[in-house]
Design a protein around this ligand. Structure first.
Ligand code: HEM
Length: 474
């Protein structure tokens, strides 16, 4: 056990001067961190440059971090991207734990994410899903079936829905269209980029050469211009007839009698979070679930039968029907287990010294929880843990609300994702409808060229190559 002045530190892989353990991370850190944890254990101490980073790779240790010490580990590290774009963490996801964070989160829940609000967007979801189905029908009904870029269609769906519920209208497909999708995906990619200068200031020139700094400036500017326009449109609009999320935020902002003053910039940052946290994760989930279903035709068939047994005569599967489909719910859980959209969750940082499994952890140590590794751990999930097997959830009460640390795709504790209800409402009904109406085949040509399971890099993991597939009428 490594010790320094009677301080007991967790096991650490060998590190080199200046860069620490950075050379041991690949472009897919969840994978390389799991390999390291198989040698060094479920609690390892790494150094990114000089910054100590704790890597958690078992449900047992995750429990101690996110439950036993939840409050001491409820802050987020402040990175350069967070500093620049999220105003040093004045949004929800990167705010330090405390009153400001509580108020910001509560504004999101009360005005957008609670069950009642989520239910009230059902019509919007239905209209947008139907629009996507029309596009799929056109592609599948032509005499020579044409492939569709399913990743692109799902991106448009999730973006348009969040635009409509949060901003009151869509910004795609109109004369004054704004490429929100592009801004959001560029930012998602930036958050996942490894800013070398962050950890090794003397090497910050590398980030400049990689164009990281420039991309950051650009995306910040573009989103800011977009939000300026959204806010102006809302301020100019006839208030009698509208009450979307931005309207509600503006009302809170104007109300100077409340205890919490929502600054103009904070309003924008809330919208940033809803877009980023809401679209990137949901898109990644849908993309990978469809990929796994196409790779597992048996599971696809059972799913189609499950959907048809409950929604036999209706053209459109409703949300109520989707909730009753046991196999569909099992598919959702299995995809969240095997392909958690945020495999390393969102990093945290210790605000106080703690003892963890007998080791001394200093305040300021960052924490990465490798949910991807935990959810593939053979000691809890069995020898077929790497396999896509929705059946494993059929007779199980296990859910993803953060109580069971073997399954934490949305995190747990104080910082658990507040968008579980929002995303659950959308993913079930989307999958049910596209799987009921169409038979799906991957574009084999594309599969040969690119491995169909290649992951892109980032905090949220998309497919590296878009999912191109042939829908045919089912
Ligand atoms: C499949 C979809 C989603 C997944 C897998 C996901 C996953 C996560 C994870 C892992 C965290 C960090 C939790 C932790 O630190 O313990 C998180 C935080 C967060 N998520 Fe989600 N999320 C999803 C959808 C959404 C949606 C739809 C929204 C809102 C529209 C949302 C809003 C947020 C926010 C605001 C936070 C920060 C919470 C905080 O730091 O207090 N998420 N999410």
């Amino acid at each position: 056990r490594p010790t320094t002045n009677n301080v007991y530190l967790p096991p650490s892989p060998w590190r080199v001067p200046v860069i620490g353990n950075l050379h041991q991370l690949s472009i897919h850190p969840h994978r390389s961190l799991r390999s390291l944890s198989l040698r060094y254990g479920p609690l390892m101490l790494l150094h990114f440059g000089r910054t100590p980073v704790l890597i958690v790779s078992s449900a047992d240790v995750a429990h101690d971090v996110m439950k036993t010490h939840d409050l001491k580990c409820a802050n987020r590290p402040k990175t350069k991207v967070v500093d620049k774009i999220l105003d040093g963490g004045r949004d929800v996801a990167f705010a330090s734990y405390g009153e400001y964070w509580r108020q910001m989160k509560s504004i999101c829940i009360q005005n957008l994410l609670n069950n009642k609000m989520v239910r009230s967007y059902e019509k919007i979801r239905e209209e947008e899903i139907k629009l996507m189905i029309e596009k799929l029908e056109r592609a599948s009904s032509s005499s020579s079936p044409s492939p569709v870029n399913l990743s692109q269609l799902l991106m448009t769906l999730t973006n348009d829905i969040i635009c409509r519920v949060a901003l009151g209208r869509k910004y795609s497909g109109t004369e004054d269209a704004i490429d929100v999708e592009n801004i959001v995906s560029t930012f998602a990619a930036l958050l996942g980029e490894f800013p070398v200068g962050e950890y090794i200031p003397s090497l910050s020139w590398i980030d400049r050469i990689r164009g990281l700094d420039r991309k950051m400036e650009e995306v910040d500017k573009r989103f800011d211009e977009f939000l300026e326009r959204v806010v102006k449109e809302h301020e100019d609009a006839d208030k009698e007839n509208r009450s979307d999320f931005v309207d509600k935020l503006l009302t809170i902002q104007r109300d100077k009698t409340g205890q919490f003053e929502l600054e103009k910039n904070a309003l924008k940052l809330i919208i940033w979070d809803m877009f980023l946290a809401g679209t990137a994760t949901t898109l990644s989930f849908l993309e990978w679930t469809m990929t796994e279903l196409m790779r597992h035709p048996k599971a696809m068939k059972v799913l189609q039968e499950d959907i048809r047994s409950i929604s036999q005569n209706d053209l459109y599967v409703t949300e109520k029907q989707a909730e009753k489909m046991n196999y569909l719910q099992a598919v959702i859980k299995e995809a969240l287990r095997l392909r958690p959209p945020a495999p390393l969750l969102v990093p945290r940082v210790y605000s106080e010294d703690v003892k963890l499994k007998g080791y001394d952890i200093a305040a300021g140590t960052q924490v990465i929880i490798n949910a991807w590794a935990i959810q593939r751990d053979t000691t809890t999930w069995g020898i077929d843990a790497e396999e896509f097997q929705p059946e494993r959830h059929l007779d199980s009460d296990l859910d993803f609300q953060g109580q069971d640390f073997t399954f934490i795709p949305f995190g747990s504790g104080k910082r658990i994702c507040p968008g579980i209800g929002f995303t659950s409402a959308l993913i079930g009904v989307t999958l049910a409808n596209i799987v009921k109406r169409f038979n799906w085949k991957m574009d084999v040509k594309q599969q040969r060229v690119h491995d169909d399971l290649t992951e892109a890099t980032g905090l949220v993991i998309f497919r590296k190559y878009p999912l191109i597939a042939f829908p045919s009428p089912a």
